[in-house]
Unconditional design. Structure first.
Length: 285
């Protein structure tokens, strides 16, 4: 299993930043024992209040500072706020208040699964029509260039820079030779096709594609609460056991989709002939 880390800071720098954080607090939860997910993380979906898919999306969608990303969870309502929203809407200091629990840490991207699919056919040549009464043969010139893109299960579109950092292989590897992320390949070919009377024909290309799914994972540095008897700071999610050092939400994932490449570096797929009937009134009798 590959683990893609967004931060490349040295552990010593992280320790220094952690020591500089002079706040405490938060509410501990017992948590239910469960099998570890991608990257060894625990799944908070259905365990903790609120829409945890959206929470992880908003938490990890922030630009990371030298000390990480920050979030606040209202354990009564399930509402999530970023640090700026908390300071503006709840309390002017970054300390836990009432049902609000505060946390700081880092986001990474753990590969969950990968599989192959057939992409949607695309037309790769101009239409050529035969308005006559007998079959015709034409040489078609077709061209295609590989495509890569990414999408999230929740929230808006994923930024190109983040998609590149996750799927280009710079954060821990790629999914083998057939994973063509940003390895643009194209072809131009000529082929003779028959065109029946009163039809038009074009060539199509159906790309074979690879999907790599990652789950955003939050690595806990500090988790704080105050239930009225003083602030408490833990270093796992909601003060649970050591297996809760990192968490993810099962329904929040990012898919990277790329056309596959053959060992030769050429696009992998299938060429077909696309045929449509013409208006009989436009054809010879």
């Amino acid at each position: 299993m590959r683990l893609y880390r967004a931060s490349t800071l040295k552990k010593s720098a992280l320790a220094a930043a952690s020591a500089a954080l002079a706040v405490t607090g938060l509410l501990a939860g017992s948590g239910t024992a469960q099998a570890a997910g991608p990257g060894g993380a625990q799944n908070v979906r259905g365990v903790d209040p609120g829409n945890t898919d959206v929470m992880l999306d908003r938490l990890c969608g922030q630009e990371s500072s030298l000390t990480g990303v920050y979030g606040a969870l209202n354990v009564d309502t399930g509402e999530f706020k970023t640090r700026d929203e908390y300071l503006r809407d709840v309390f002017g200091l970054w300390v836990p208040a009432g049902p609000w629990e505060l946390f700081r840490g880092w986001c990474g991207y753990a590969q969950a699964s990968t599989w192959s699919v057939k992409g949607e056919p695309v037309r790769t040549s101009e239409w050529t029509g035969n308005h006559g009464t007998t079959e015709d043969k034409v040489t078609f010139v077709s061209g295609y260039s590989t495509k890569t893109f990414a999408k999230k299960s929740v929230g808006g579109s994923i930024s190109l820079s983040l998609a590149k950092s996750i799927f280009s292989g710079t954060l821990g590897g790629s999914a083998g030779y057939e994973w063509g992320w940003e390895k643009t390949s194209s072809f131009e070919r000529r082929s003779e096709k028959s065109i029946p009377p009163c039809t038009q024909v074009a060539t199509t290309w159906t790309p074979y594609q690879r999907v790599v799914r990652v789950n955003p994972v939050f690595y806990v540095e500090d988790y704080q609460w105050n239930k009225g008897d003083g602030e408490v700071t833990a270093h796992t999610w909601r003060g649970r056991d050591a297996s809760w050092k990192s968490v993810y939400s099962y329904g929040y994932y990012i898919d990277g989709i790329s056309d596959k490449l053959l060992p030769s570096g050429q696009p992998d797929g299938r060429e077909d002939k696309w045929q449509e009937s013409l208006d009989p009134k436009s054809c010879a009798k």
